[in-house]
Design a protein around this ligand. Structure first.
Ligand SMILES: Cc1cc2nc3c(=O)[nH]c(=O)nc-3n(C[C@H](O)[C@H](O)[C@H](O)COP(=O)(O)OP(=O)(O)OC[C@H]3O[C@@H](n4cnc5c(N)ncnc54)[C@H](O)[C@@H]3O)c2cc1C
Length: 403
């Protein structure tokens, strides 16, 4: 029976979570484990993805089937799933409206719808994806095509980009580049290629010792690096990309393939609701330590959409979920709030079987776990952890609120 307008207006959730990605599912599961009742989660997609594996799909090391699960299987028991998309938040009235016209009031709101691709920021890019000569592992529909395209390249110029912040774990955009270079070297075609990497900053990660190590690897593959470079526009017909750099515009013509990651922005309703920072990317304006909205005490945010003053990552969410779950309870009881230190991870494969794992927080890189062992050495053990162990930990523990 269809809902009457009164029914729609009286729908209430004590805790309403927007987005069923890494952030939303882990948090809902953790809150329920901690005894919360009446947790509802708004998520339109029938599919949940463990997105870090998408880079391995782009390296021919995994399939989309391995990283996808039906959403109904990851929604925690005891959580109400509203299969719909949020279209507006009124933080003064404490209500949320969905695309299907449903309205919810909430006691506590957690905003975590991730970041959306900003195709308008790069004219021509979406058409180049459609034409098939541009792709990236960051776009689920394109990720399965990346390996097919890159493994077929035998000569010419190939462009890879790291997206400007804010973007989901931007550093891992180096993974498809370095796995492709490793393959091209082993098949003997690397010397016939002009491989170009465009990075938004002066250095690849911004962590000096890790940068030194990774830049040596990148140089060993003969990759040309364009620094402080951004893709301004793409000509889908001429297979050309214009990049702005401090030295002026660089045009790369007749590309064999372009692994160009789109720019990102928060959903428009974040800004429209007055919850955004007002800065580029429009992320949710929170205290980056307590994770609480600076303007509305009953609104919180974590994950890629939150302005956390650290680079976003699924690894960082382990800490954010713990801090936020405790803070929601602490705020209700008038207790002191915990603080998130900006912990994040930047895993970068340097070949098909080795990986550098960088962990940092707002004060800089994290101390090494083992004394006398170089933190930034590419290792097979960290590759095995990233490729095989973490996906299991993700689905069995993180999404069940157990970490
Ligand atoms: C290619 C790639 C590789 C990565 N590699 C790594 C890695 O190696 N290590 C690492 O730690 N991190 C990695 N990350 C980052 C990690 O995946 C993200 O930080 C993490 O997924 C963020 O979770 P989230 O829940 O904030 O956002 P998402 O995972 O994007 O989830 C957001 C959810 O919100 C939903 N949503 C969107 N709009 C609405 C709406 N209006 N209403 C309701 N729901 C909505 C979406 O459907 C989605 O399910 C990678 C990311 C990508 C894209």
């Amino acid at each position: 029976m269809p809902l009457s307008p009164q029914d729609v207006l009286t729908d209430h959730a004590e805790v309403l979570v927007i987005g069923g990605g890494n952030a939303g599912i882990s948090l809902a599961a953790r809150l329920i484990r901690d005894g919360a009742r009446d947790v509802a989660l708004v998520e339109p997609s029938p599919v949940h993805r463990y997105r870090p594996l998408m880079n391995y799909v782009g390296g021919g090391e995994a399939t989309m089937r391995e990283l996808e699960r039906p959403m109904r299987r990851v929604i925690p028991e005891g959580c109400r799933w509203v299969q719909d998309a949020v279209e507006a938040v009124d933080p003064v009235a404490s209500t949320v409206t969905t695309r299907r016209g449903r309205r919810f009031s909430y006691g506590t709101l957690v905003v975590c719808p991730g970041m959306h691709e900003d195709w308008d920021a790069t004219p021509g890019l979406q058409d180049a994806y459609t034409a098939g000569w541009a792709s990236s592992t960051y776009v689920p529909s394109a990720a399965p095509l990346v390996w097919q395209a890159l493994s077929g390249v035998r000569e010419g110029t190939v462009l890879f980009t790291v997206p400007p912040e804010p973007a989901p774990c931007a550093a891992t955009a180096l993974k498809p580049l370095l796995m492709a270079c490793d393959s091209w070297r082993r098949s003997g075609v690397l010397d016939d290629l002009d491989v170009v990497l465009a990075i938004p900053g002066e250095h690849v990660l911004g962590v000096p010792k890790a940068d030194a190590r990774l830049e040596r690897v990148i140089a060993s593959y003969g990759v040309r690096v364009l620094r402080e470079a951004r893709v301004a526009r793409v000509d889908p017909v001429l297979r050309a990309v214009d990049l702005t750099t401090p030295a002026g515009t660089v045009r790369l013509d007749d590309l064999a393939h372009a692994h160009v990651v789109p720019h990102y922005r928060a959903p428009e309703w974040v800004t429209a609701s007055g919850l955004g920072t007002g800065e580029r990317g429009g992320q949710v304006d929170i205290d980056p330590e307590t994770l609480r909205s600076r303007r509305h005490d009953d609104v919180w945010s974590i994950g890629d959409v939150a302005a956390l003053q650290t680079s976003s990552s699924g690894g960082g969410l382990r800490k954010q979920v713990d801090v936020l779950a405790r803070n929601i309870i602490a705020a209700r009881k008038g207790r002191k709030l915990r603080r998130y230190d900006g912990f994040t991870v930047m895993p970068v494969t340097t070949s098909h079987r080795r990986l550098v794992l960088v962990e940092a927080d707002r004060s800089g890189p994290r101390p090494r776990h083992l004394p006398l062992v170089s933190r930034f050495k590419p290792r097979r053990t960290t590759w095995l952890l990233d490729r095989y162990v973490l996906p299991v930990v993700y689905y069995r523990l993180l999404l069940r609120g157990k970490v």
